[in-house]
Design a protein around this ligand. Structure first.
Ligand code: GLY
Length: 567
């Protein structure tokens, strides 16, 4: 029987395309690893996007070329978070050692104002910052993708975007999860798009139905033919403006024309001999990740998922998220004390009140002394090419399907990223995160993000490429998966599959995945004074580990339709 199964697996492996699932079956049965590849790897949230990315690598494209093809493909086949109407961050490390981090986060439109989501009494107007025309920031994705291409692209741009155009025109078979998503959102899509959109259907969606997006294909063709101007000017810009004019939206043609992505100074630091490279503000991700790693570096973790391990991590997270609420925002508008926050001594000092036996109440935790829900949709992908160039990109519309408004005639969804600003001091956003002055709304300002696209080096060589969606849980997901590999010696697949937990200062609770923790550990944590709450899956991590023999291990998160492909 065992021989028969092995034969079947080998047969599947050799006779079909190298998809993650099939290859993983072969590999896991022997090594408990993800997909192993020699020359290139793409791990993304959707099999169609991973397939397109790997085809670009096979053609001789580099990791950035593949990232461009994957970005556009995800906008078609993973509309809940893949996008051209949102924004993101890219962390790139070329095999030469050159490191670049690109910020293509959305910006507040010029006519945005601090209290735009409050009524005359200063109360937050229900849903205005999430499901309305005012919820959208000026999209950055198209400018970001083109800026990446201009710096590192090697194949013709048209060859990188064409697979996404074909996918939109010919359609692709939706997954079971997508069919369920579309069915559950029919009323919302109808309400937001009274003239119709591609996600509306008179009968129920079924797994395997074709999703064809002709308007989106035309927009992608305009981007192919006119570059930036195909989105930020001309027909597409006019369609966005028309959409805004229908219901008092704020994004103007001038806002679109002025949008520019920015190369930021990477956030870098060391953790137990590994070098961590991640994203600077307006993402909080890089700073918070380094703060967390610094906070636990000299502490004893105990065994994996013991109450000692979870208590230590939760206490570090409590302190770091308190800092995030006060000090993090768009550094072009607010003086974020970056070097002080990621300083090892500062974080060691913050952990001085850590008690091995007792939870600290979040009421007792304030930001450190420095001189001076809901579905969490975002998507991450990791790519490594045959030269060991690496790209780590996280991109988002904010919540699942963003504002749910599809630009009429242009076929793409608008983000609802304005909710990532602190719309009122101390008022929690959709992820329960609070903020203040540092992240208050101002015209042209970028809203604070938690996206944490990260690259880890070992002995100055590429070691791990990682990132996740998940709103406020992005940072803690990346933190745990990195330490699963560096401290608990897990394979990439084990590190990604392992259950996760999360603390974000407020609310004062440790969230954990269903059946994710041992009941004795839960009792132990409760005895220390923690409050615990079970919740839906936390994060969806896509990771690539470089093995000592130079091969790549791709690990796609089993929490979704995620998929690794390599060759
Ligand atoms: N919209 C989620 C984030 O940027 O953190």
């Amino acid at each position: 029987m065992t021989k028969y199964i092995l034969f079947l697996l080998v047969f599947l492996y050799t006779s079909c395309n190298l998809t993650q699932k099939k290859a993983a079956e072969v590999i896991i049965s022997m090594e408990n690893r993800g997909l192993i590849a020699d020359s290139g790897m793409v791990v993304s949230a959707h099999p169609e996007a991973s397939k397109i990315g790997v085809a670009i690598l096979r053609k001789g494209g580099n990791a950035v070329d593949a990232s461009i093809a994957v970005s556009f493909a995800l906008a078609v086949c993973y509309p809940s978070a893949g996008n051209i109407g949102g924004g993101g961050f890219a962390v790139v490390r070329m095999s030469s050692g050159e490191i670049s981090t690109l910020d293509y986060r959305e910006k507040a439109p010029k006519s945005a104002s601090r209290d735009m989501f409050l009524d005359s009494k200063g109360n937050v107007i229900n849903d205005l910052s999430v499901y309305s025309y005012k919820a959208s920031g000026v999209p950055g994705s198209v400018d970001g993708i083109i800026t990446l291409y201009e710096k590192y692209g090697s194949l013709p741009f048209s060859e990188l975007i064409q697979p996404a155009i074909n996918l939109a025109l010919k359609g692709f078979k939706i997954t079971k999860n997508q069919a369920e998503d579309f069915n559950s959102l029919q009323i919302e899509f109808q309400k937001s798009n009274p003239d119709g959109c591609a996600f509306l259907k008179s009968s129920a969606w079924q797994e395997g139905d074709l999703l064809i997006q002709e308007d989106l294909a035309k927009t992608l063709e305009r981007i192919r033919d006119f570059g930036r101007a195909g989105f930020y000017e001309g027909e597409t810009a006019k369609m966005i403006e028309n959409e805004m004019l229908r219901k008092n939206g704020l994004i103007s043609i001038d806002d679109l024309k002025k949008y520019k992505s920015l190369w930021r100074k990477p956030i870098q630091g060391n953790y137990k001999g590994y070098k961590i490279i991640s994203m600077a503000p307006p993402s909080s991700g890089g700073i918070a990740l380094l703060q967390l790693l610094n906070s636990v570096e000299n502490q004893d973790f105990g065994s994996f998922h013991s109450s000692q391990h979870i208590h230590l991590f939760a206490e570090a997270e409590r302190r770091v998220y308190a800092d995030r609420a006060s000090y993090l925002g768009d550094s072009d508008f607010f003086p974020v004390p970056i070097s002080q926050l990621i300083d090892k001594k500062y974080n060691t000092e913050r952990m001085k009140t850590f008690n091995l036996d007792k939870a600290t109440s979040s009421k007792e935790i304030k930001e450190g002394e420095i001189s001076m829900h809901e579905s969490e949709e975002t998507t991450h992908f990791s790519i490594v090419d045959k030269w060991k160039n690496a790209v780590s990109i996280t991109t988002t519309l904010n919540l699942s399907y963003g504002s749910r408004i599809v630009v009429k005639g242009a076929g793409f969804l608008l983000n609802n990223e304005m909710d990532d600003f602190s719309i009122k001091p101390g008022y929690p956003n959709a992820y329960g995160l609070i903020g203040g002055e540092a992240n208050a709304i101002e015209p042209y300002k970028r809203m604070l993000s938690s996206m944490t696209p990260t690259i880890v080096l070992k002995n100055d060589s590429l070691f791990f490429v990682v990132g996740s969606p998940g709103g406020s849980t992005i940072i803690t997901s990346v933190f745990q998966v990195i330490t699963n590999v560096t401290d608990f010696q897990m394979t990439a697949l084990q590190a990604v599959e392992a259950s996760r937990f999360h603390h974000q200062w407020l609310p004062d609770e440790i969230f954990y995945e269903k059946n994710g923790l041992d009941s004795l550990v839960i009792i132990g944590l409760t005895k220390k004074g923690h409050f615990l709450k079970q919740r839906a899956p936390i994060g969806r991590v896509e990771a690539i580990l470089v093995l000592p023999n130079g091969k790549l291990e791709g690990a796609a998160d089993p929490r979704g339709d995620d998929n690794a492909q390599g060759f």
